[in-house]
Design a protein around this ligand. Structure first.
Ligand code: UT7
Length: 332
């Protein structure tokens, strides 16, 4: 059963940091053979944020964390674990999480990165909730942060129009009153499709050489249309099964917070499940696909705008490289 047992877990606060620089579709028209109309029609994206040259993933993560801790009214020393969902760490080691833990002076906390494609966000939230429910942690800082712009091939129109940089954070903790609890999660993977979204260069399989650079292995490569089909085919039945297993009828869910990859995927999945499109938070028009950061940012903006209200049932869903996918259901 994907239902959480043990101590109730609550969402105490959220925060985001989006880099200042805006790259519009019209800017991209000057860089590759594309058009604002094509990008909007095929993805829903109008613009995305790009980190400054001196900004690292850990810098974005830190800024989002400070806002989330303030929102939660929890000091860094009360954090037991820092989990950072990212596919674009500053370096393979050290991870982003220990750097953020150090910069925050969260002196009692452990720290680790979680990397599982864009679903890292949901994986990290689910792991944080599990640790709190079991009693080993009281408060966990969960962050999704990406600087994808450094891994994108800016000459490849198949990928460069999609991605953006950004960070979001959430503080989860042992519930103070038993209300507003994380209810259930399901984490899945179909590793037979591991070749659909890749970044292969510079590590064990392909140590960095001039040849790996020439072969484009130091950039994101994606079979976009196959990913599109995977998401549309896999997510509706996965989500319907999940709702049935946790005894939460689809129409009881107030908000669907999807990974912000492509509006046509969100629309297609919701239509297949007969869910009104007004029940989803969409911000991919202004941020593009920020991978592990996207659901944190959408959740934060949904709460800040007043759309998502305390007590609402929220289902957060993601999918990505691996191919991994997952969902977490909670009452905010
Ligand atoms: O977070 C990770 C998960 N990733 C995703 O969710 C990505 C999922 N996939 C998608 O969002 C879509 O598949 C894309 C937006 C990437 C592509 O849309 P599509 O409708 O699947 O297009 P396509 O790949 O089938 O390509 C259709 C045409 C091709 O031209 P031809 O062969 O028909 O002449 C492409 O070369 O569109 C062309 N194309 C472009 N044209 C203008 C591909 N990229 C561009 C572009 N501008 N940027």
């Amino acid at each position: 059963m994907p239902l959480y047992q043990g101590r109730p877990v609550s969402l105490f606060g959220t925060g985001i940091y989006m880099p200042e620089h805006v790259l519009t579709n019209h800017d991209l028209e000057k860089m590759v053979d594309t058009s604002d109309a094509w990008i909007k029609e095929r993805t829903g994206i109008s613009e995305r944020r790009i980190a400054a040259r001196d900004e690292l993933t850990s810098d974005l993560a830190l800024k989002a964390s400070i806002e989330a801790l303030r929102d939660a009214s929890i000091p860094p020393e009360a954090i037991d674990m820092v989990l950072v969902a990212t596919n674009t760490p500053d370096s393979i080691f050290p991870g982003v999480a220990p750097k953020v833990q150090g910069m925050l002076d969260a002196s009692r906390a452990g720290a680790c990165d979680i990397q599982s494609g864009c679903t890292s966000s949901v994986y990290a939230l689910a792991m944080a909730a599990s640790g709190i429910a079991s009693g080993i942690w009281d408060n966990v800082l969960v962050i999704g942060a990406e600087v994808l712009s450094r891994l994108v091939n800016w000459k490849d129109r198949n990928t460069c129009v999609l991605f953006g940089d950004g960070a979001g954070a959430a503080v989860l903790g042992a519930s103070r009153d038993g209300k507003n609890r994380v209810i259930a999660s399901s984490l899945r993977s179909d590793g037979t499709k591991h070749n659909l979204i890749t970044f292969l260069g510079g590590l064990v399989q392909y140590p960095a050489t001039h040849d790996t650079i020439d072969a484009g292995l130091h950039h994101i490569q994606m079979k976009g249309n196959e990913v599109f089909k995977f998401a549309n085919r896999t997510l509706p039945s996965f989500l319907e099964d999940f709702c049935r297993d946790v005894d939460c009828p689809v129409d009881k869910i107030d908000w669907w917070v999807f990974h912000q990859a492509n509006w046509r995927i969100i629309e297609g999945v919701l239509k297949r499940m007969d869910v009104p499109l007004e029940k989803t938070i969409v911000n991919l028009d202004k941020y593009g696909n920020t991978s592990s950061a996207s659901v944190f940012v959408a959740l934060h903006e949904g709460l800040q705008s007043g759309k998502i209200k305390r007590g609402d049932l929220v289902l957060t869903v993601s999918f990505g490289s691996g191919m991994t996918y997952g969902a977490i259901l909670f009452e905010v």
